[in-house]
Design a protein around this ligand. Structure first.
Ligand code: HSE
Length: 333
């Protein structure tokens, strides 16, 4: 039994080689996926990637050294074209500095295909798409894990702290544990194949920077004990393919009680999702998106429909997504 898991994890952690296999190209288009960070009990240490939504970056090598951002679509004018202020160009610049290629000229187009400030790792998807694009353009076939610190720089700029629970799953795909930040130690976890995710984004703005500021700075030992029991339970459930253990471990006594106040009818939505057959329910990242795990796509669709109807009745618009866990991460389009 144990050997099987060790093999599975080794396979999951196997380094992916870039599609161009060491050759330079002059233009490329890359998609990187949205992510659900925290996974309820694992604040800043757990996250997984989904198949949709996600962002696209088109990147071209130019003759003029330096980075320009020529176009951003799908952002309603909210994101900066200034390359010194955009998370994509800033993280790509950090990467170029690290490999001593500052002479390179780059033009970037960013196509936002997902809502900003949604709790679905919007800035991470853009940043990871940009980093995967430059790495692939340059034919850099080093371990993609090397990109992670540059992606975290993008998060630091976006919300004040370089957390990795969105960028790591966006970059590696799958279910990811950040065991340690110093030194950085990221582990890919297995997951049941039939795990489906129902996501509902209620159209209210919750900037991550602010959602981080309202969290309690000190916690009680008894709450810490509850929380680490649940994190260990969730990780065990993933290894054991035990949906019931996964469900009963996805409880958060530290962050959800505070952040749920920013989400319209959070507890009502949780009751509705659980009644409709969810395994678990919680906030995606810093919210306002919420997500439920289910064991099939039909249940996931039923949940997104019910929650969307409920939000519509409250005059709140919403986007919904149903996905399995995306084990592939970024891809060249
Ligand atoms: N772990 C981060 C937070 C994720 O909860 O603030 C942000 O999406």
């Amino acid at each position: 039994m144990e050997e099987k898991y060790i093999k599975e994890v080794k396979a999951l952690n196997a380094v992916k080689t870039p599609p161009l296999g060491g050759r330079e190209a002059s233009a490329i288009s890359v998609f990187a996926p949205a992510t659900v960070a925290n996974v309820v009990c694992g604040f800043d240490v757990l996250g997984f990637a989904v198949n949709e939504p996600g962002d696209e970056v088109v990147m071209r090598l130019t003759n003029k050294p330096g980075i320009t951002i020529s176009k951003i679509t799908g952002d309603n004018g909210r994101l900066p074209l200034d390359p010194a202020k955009n998370t994509v160009s800033v993280s790509v610049q950090h990467y170029l500095n690290s490999i001593g290629r500052n002479e390179i000229g780059l033009d970037i187009e960013l196509h936002k295909k997902m809502p900003i400030g949604s709790g679905l790792g919007s800035s991470s998807a853009s940043t990871v798409a940009g980093l995967f694009a430059i790495k692939t353009l340059l034919g850099d076939d080093a371990d993609p894990a090397r990109l992670l610190p540059f992606a975290m720089k993008g998060e630091e700029m976006a919300c004040g702290y370089g957390h990795a629970d969105n960028v790591a799953p966006a970059l590696f795909g799958g279910f990811v544990l950040i065991r340690s930040y110093e030194p950085l130690d990221v582990i890919r976890l297995p997951h049941p194949e039939n795990l489906h995710c129902a996501i509902v984004f209620p159209d209210v703005d919750v900037p991550t920077r602010e959602a981080r500021q309202i969290i309690r700075k000190n916690i009680q030992m008894k709450d810490a004990v509850t929380q680490w029991g649940n994190i260990a339970g969730l990780v065990s459930g993933l290894f054991m393919n035990d949906l019931n253990l996964i469900g009963r471990s996805m409880k958060d006594v530290l962050v959800e009680p505070v952040r749920s106040m920013l989400i319209p009818d959070f507890y009502k939505m949780r009751d509705m999702a659980m009644e409709a057959g969810a395994i678990s329910f919680g906030i995606s990242g810093s919210g306002p998106s919420v997500f439920a795990f289910t064991e099939d796509a039909d249940t996931a669709h039923r949940i997104t429909q019910k929650l969307q109807q409920h939000l519509t009745a409250l005059s709140i618009g919403s986007n919904t997504y149903v996905s399995t866990i995306n084990d592939n991460g970024p891809r060249v389009l």
